[in-house]
Design a protein around this ligand. Structure first.
Ligand code: ASP
Length: 344
């Protein structure tokens, strides 16, 4: 019995990957994704139907705003039943933020949503863009022997690694190995074949797919550092327009033990603000029971972010606060693993 041909929707939002050199004046101009098969003939080798959608205007990902995530989530929702998978071409600078946010906004996801981009424009010699695009399309259309999608998750594919989106972070500004997920092994690795790490790929959750578009952006990030001043800590932790603060701490979740610092944290918690402890380290997790300074934060009402990345913590807070009016429900969900973003 012949299987139905898989289909992939390629969504181009902007970024380096979509740039091509004009043969006349060498200026970079956006690639015409409606002529994708002519531009990247390698894609014909796959038994896939590929349609494309281009954002207007295209954006450098430094300009990404939550409204763009809402547009992306709505686009995927509106096309969900028509395609087997989605590839999102996106600038690398904020790709980890966007992939994280989308992982929370798309609940009950049972199809691949693969973000990719490149360090060199697709039309340049030595580009990493073609390889990233071709492998991402292959992964978005890949099926398990039972016909189900191989990777029903929001991911980032970059330089031969498929990473869970909400575990990823950009680690290199110029090199091709631009992304890593330090607290989770890759979900797949592309070599001669694409080898899937099926043990850690999340299976489609029970329940219907739903795109949650409301987001509440009243979040600040406080990065502690030697010499941080009382004024800065007060401004961020007690700011009247802030509903939640991600406190980026040292090591296992430690912060200055000076009494003025802890007093401000306590005051912030007493005012009902949601405070989340996330480590500045690339690998490992917050454990506020380990040192007295971490314990003091816990006692002051700060929640534990475990091994979540800052990018993921931001998307999780935007999503939870956008969909819950009371802070107690947000706090209860914050310390739980919702989309594979934290280790238990
Ligand atoms: N500034 C670009 C962006 O993030 C860089 C890139 O595409 O890699 O949109």
């Amino acid at each position: 019995m012949s299987q139905k041909q898989s289909s992939v929707l390629l969504i181009y939002t902007g970024g380096t990957i979509g740039m091509k050199e004009d043969p006349v004046n060498q200026a970079l101009r956006p690639f015409d994704f409606s002529a994708l098969m002519e531009e990247v003939p390698e894609l014909r080798k796959f038994d896939l139907r590929i349609d494309s959608y281009t954002f207007d205007p295209l954006i450098d990902s430094s300009d990404v705003e939550p409204a763009m995530w809402q547009e992306l989530a709505s686009l995927i929702r509106d096309n969900y039943s028509k395609y087997d998978g989605f590839v999102v071409l996106h600038g690398t600078d904020t790709m980890a933020y966007s992939a994280s946010a989308l992982s929370f906004m798309l609940e009950g996801l049972a199809k691949p949503v693969i973000f990719t981009g490149s360090q060199l424009p697709i039309g340049r010699p030595r580009t990493d863009g073609k390889e990233n695009l071709i492998s991402s399309v292959e992964i978005a259309g890949a099926k398990a022997p039972d016909g189900s999608p191989m990777v029903p998750e929001v991911c980032i594919f970059f330089n031969s690694l498929l990473l869970r989106g909400n575990r990823s972070t950009k680690v290199d500004a110029t090199g091709f190995e631009a992304f890593r997920s330090p607290n989770l092994p890759p979900l797949a690795e592309a070599g001669i074949d694409i080898r899937y790490n099926t043990d850690i790929i999340r299976r489609p959750p029970a329940g219907a797919f739903k795109a949650h578009c409301p987001l509440d952006t009243r979040v600040s990030i406080l990065k502690v550092h030697p010499g941080i001043t009382r004024q800065v800590v007060e401004d961020i932790l007690l700011g009247s327009l802030t509903r939640a603060v991600i406190i980026e701490t040292y090591g296992c979740g430690n912060a200055p033990s000076r009494s003025w610092f802890l007093d401000i944290v306590r005051e912030s918690a007493a005012r009902g603000k949601i405070l989340l402890n996330v480590t500045q380290c690339l690998r490992g997790n917050v454990n506020m029971d380990l040192y007295a300074t971490g314990k003091a934060l816990k006692d002051a009402g700060v929640l534990c972010g475990g091994d979540i990345t800052t990018e993921s913590a931001l998307g999780k807070l935007f999503f939870l606060m956008g969909n819950n009016n009371d802070n107690e429900s947000v706090k209860a969900a914050l310390e739980k693993d919702l989309r594979g973003e934290m280790s238990n």
